[in-house]
Design a protein around this ligand. Sequence first.
Ligand code: CMP
Length: 146
Amino acid sequence: PKQQTLAVIKPDAMEEHRENILEEIRGSGFCVTQLKEMVLSRQMAEEFYKEHREKPFFSQLVEFMCRGPCMMLVLTKENAVEEWRAMMGPTDPDQAKATSSSSLRARFASDILHNSVHGSSNEQHAEEKIRFIFSDISSDTEPKTD
Ligand code: CMP
């Protein structure tokens, strides 16, 4: 059965790698069913990453995700959650370079924080995050700022 996942092109990858990443997504058989560019507010970034609230890197993560536009995508494919995670590669680009050198993070990410792309970790998160990011219809045309 078809599955959906939320993919994010993070601020560090938007200028130089966005087109590359979009091309690879489409070339890998994902259907991009929703897409929008937006600047996350601090509040939205905190909510989006609430599962990481207690982590030592949380404030850095929120800061980073708000520093410029992100591209938000809903990807549809069989087994989309796992397939997108495999395409991204490990969270840490050093590990990605060692174990999956063709992955997006191996090629485009600069460090474990600035790691170019995000993907939902399971189906339940995917549904929740898609609803969170795409429920506000007005933001389809108006990029959000604080
Ligand atoms: P992502 O897959 O979007 O999920 C949580 C994010 O937190 C992760 O990608 C990185 O951007 C960041 N992150 C994870 N681990 C660390 C870490 N040890 N130090 C700094 N940032 C991290």
